[in-house]
Design a protein around this ligand. Structure first.
Ligand code: AMP
Ligand code: GLY
Length: 418
């Protein structure tokens, strides 16, 4: 199949790695990709993934049979819509359904209409409204930017002044949500949706905070592992029945069918499963631990969703082993990442058994041929193992072989299951 993948992160590299692993002879093009993706498949660095008309024209001219939209920005910008209008199979919701991620207030409204269990939340547009909501819901305080904020829009803090300062910053950008604090283990569950039928992938756990022991600021995600051996066996079915299907049905009933990846960000509280957020795309870095264990061809799921044929397909199968990923980030991430620094040791790292490297912010210096870090989250080291202890040892052996001045990574990823 001729497949166009939009995006340039480790998630997109992991998607491409999974498509290549099918050994089905797919012709894959990424736009814009990164240095690691460019080493594996063709890249179109000149094609702007946010320009729906340009992407559609490119897809038509090049006979693309499936477009996979990786990141949230092109989804929220509505890039899927002109593709769908022209009859090109596209994995990713249109602008209207992508609001499930793009607007926390929209997501809360859908959850309410669909009866999906979530924390209480109050939308505030003024400082006075924010203050009274903070006092009503109490500490620890949860304040979220209403729009997209690349993982940085959320603060969870016992400090009322810090909560207010965060609210003040994001009020200027269009509003905030003050939420009830939910206590429990977090789970990311991905479901492939064709607008009506959903098929679950294997659950994963993400580490959102920058530092060991869940200290420091929220990030896009610093590591992950999958599967989650501590979940009850009924978990996935319960999420399908109480969260995913009601949400997809509600969106279909509103004439905005959700075609793509429904990312359920959940907290398992002692009063039951609660949704903390939806995303409209694969999670990063969870994708790096979910897709390597996927036995069912990824392209069949993405194409089945894009063409409305999931009801005819069985649940995806997964290998019985484990996967752990550790993210290497630049000095200064998430506030002010230092870029342009040389990255070495990747071949040595990839030589560790069962280890692959998913590139995120990497570029090749054309003059010297050196690999440079070009953003906050630079790469993900992904390791598989029969046990979590084995996968974790391999991941840390590999990341220890990589050198980046000032580079930072957590040392406790998957420690709780190893
Ligand atoms: P979000 O961007 O909504 O996923 O929030 C980022 C992170 O903040 C989540 O992964 C949680 O760790 C934390 N968080 C968000 N909402 C809540 C909540 N209501 N209660 C507790 N923690 C939360
Ligand atoms: N890892 C969290 C996310 O992708 O939103």
């Amino acid at each position: 199949m001729k497949i166009l993948v939009l995006g340039s992160g480790a998630r997109e590299h992991a998607i491409i790695t999974a498509l290549l692993a099918e050994d089905a002879g797919h012709q894959i093009v990424a736009a814009p990709g990164n240095a690691g993706i460019a080493a594996d498949v063709a890249v179109e660095t000149a094609l702007n993934p946010l320009d729906g008309e340009a992407v559609t024209e490119y897809a038509i001219e090049n006979g693309i049979e499936l477009v996979v939209i990786g990141p949230e920005a092109p989804l929220v910008a509505g890039v899927a819509d002109p593709l769908r209008t022209r009859g090109i199979p596209v994995f990713g919701p249109g602008k209207a359904a992508a609001q499930l991620e793009g607007s926390k207030a929209f997501a809360k409204r859908i959850m309410e209409a669909a009866g999906v269990p979530t924390g209480r939340a109050v939308r505030a547009e003024t400082l006075a409204e924010a203050e009274s909501a903070l006092d009503e819901l109490g500490a620890p305080y949860v304040v979220k930017a209403d729009g997209l904020a690349a993982g940085k829009g959320v603060i969870v803090t016992p400090d009322r002044d810090a909560a207010l300062a965060h609210a003040t910053h994001y009020l200027a950008e269009g509003g905030v949500l003050i939420e009830e604090f939910l206590d429990g283990q977090e789970v990311s569950l991905f479901l492939v949706s064709d607008g009506h039928t959903v098929l679950p992938l294997s659950p994963a756990q993400d580490y959102k905070r920058l530092l060991d022991g869940d200290a420091g600021p929220n990030t896009g995600g610093m590591g992950a592992y999958s599967p989650l051996p501590w979940l009850p066996e009924t978990f996935v079915d319960e999420v399908i029945d109480t969260v995913a299907l009601p949400t997809v049905r509600q969106l279909a009933a509103e004439q905005t069918p959700f075609i793509g990846l429904l990312y359920c960000g959940l907290i398992v509280t002692d009063r039951g499963i609660r949704v903390i957020e939806f995303n409209a795309r694969f999670g990063d870095p969870e994708t790096q631990v979910v897709l390597p264990r996927l036995v069912t061809p990824l392209s069949s799921l993405l194409y089945g969703a894009a063409t409305g044929e999931l009801s005819a397909m069985p649940r995806p199968e997964f290998a019985m082993d484990t996967a752990v990923t550790v993210v290497l980030a630049s000095e200064g991430y998430p506030e002010a990442p230092q870029t342009g620094r040389t990255l070495t040791g990747l071949e040595d790292a990839a030589a560790v058994p069962e280890v692959t490297i998913a590139h995120a912010a990497t570029v090749r210096d054309e003059a010297t041929g050196a690999l440079l870090a070009s953003g906050g989250r630079v790469l993900s080291v992904v390791a598989r193992g029969t046990t979590f202890a084995e996968a974790r040892d391999r991941a840390y052996d590999a990341i220890g072989r990589i050198h980046l001045d000032g580079g930072q990574y957590r040392t406790d990823i998957a420690a709780r299951v190893s």
